[in-house]
Design a protein around this ligand. Structure first.
Ligand SMILES: [Zn+2]
Length: 60
């Protein structure tokens, strides 16, 4: 069973074993919906923004 990390709007990260396809859980801290953090790899790509730079420099 995979372990996923979920982050709620208040920034609390919870590790939880869930079924594949589960996108949100109820945060145990505040009760808000916590969204699944897909993976470490995807997270890094989002933060880096290298692909966005590549597209904009090609245009001009
Ligand atoms: Zn929370």
């Amino acid at each position: 069973m995979p372990v996923y990390e979920f982050e709620c709007p208040k920034g609390t990260v919870t590790e939880r074993i869930v079924k594949v396809g589960t996108d949100t859980i109820d945060c145990p801290e505040c009760g808000e919906k916590a969204k699944k953090i897909i993976s470490q790899c995807a997270f890094e790509l989002k933060g880096g923004g290298w692909y966005a730079d590549g597209y904009s420099s090609k245009k001009s």
